[in-house]
Design a binder for this molecule. Sequence first.
Ligand SMILES: [Zn+2]
Length: 322
Amino acid sequence: MHAHPRPWPTRGRRATILLTMSAATLAGCASAPATVDDDGPSVLVSFYPLQFLAERIGGPDTAISSLTPPGAEPHDLELSPAQVANVGRADLVVYVAGFQAAVDEAIAARTPAHVVDAAALTNLTPLAAETSPCPTPDTSETAICEAPNRADEPLDPHFWLDPTRMEPVADAIADALSGIAPDRAETYKANRDQTVSDLIDLDERFEEGLATCANRTIVATHAAFGYMAARYGLTQLSVGGIDPDAEPSPARIREVAALLEGTGATTVFFESQASPEIARTLADQVGLTAEVLDPLEAAGDGNYLTRMSTDLATLRAALQCQ
Ligand SMILES: [Zn+2]
């Protein structure tokens, strides 16, 4: 699936909608009725998993565009002036507040007519303490870091890797689109129901597929799998942090290697976009295999459901699940 190549509407055509905008709305819509032309609503999403939901729920009559280019990862996104202008023109913007500073700034500056903030809907938490890279090297056996100042820690944005956390976002997108184009509300509801059904099915396949495994530790170069691990009773041990661009120190790599001894872990996971060197270094040091586990941050081949299914198959093989 891909966004329609339709041009963005001009500001003039959207004047009635822009007058209804509410800067204070965090997750929801201005209440005034809006008029939508025959093209259907225009939706701007900040990155891939939100694009998947918007495409599934909006259907082919919805013009969907992503602020994160295909193949790019969303951390540290920068926006062009034209993209910032589009944030103000879209009928609906779907994003995760606090994840991409450039998107937060564009929304504050352009106050789009309707926004859905997935962060407000998915109960984001700081990276789980046992997965946090230690701020200082610590080579003791109990080096998995306690984090005394959890309130100061950044929230882990990777909610989409737990399919159940996608459901409230699907609901909010369906509600927002129904507010924008009430004549299409039945379609959005049907699309939402099918999408949530697919998410529930995916969750059940993960639960069954990861129920009985020889090993339950996910070793990852990028700490993207915290919510997935929490949902399915796995432990994420991350070499790097939430941001994939932050290179772990050699001391951290040695430390993780020490932590892995005795866990039975066989595999260190890295993402295809990132350099596999960290994974290979760690793999070499402790005799692990390096494998790709997709954090689904970038648009790519397949969709959210098929790519999550691939991750499940990768995990089942690596963790030796029955
Ligand atoms: Zn990430």
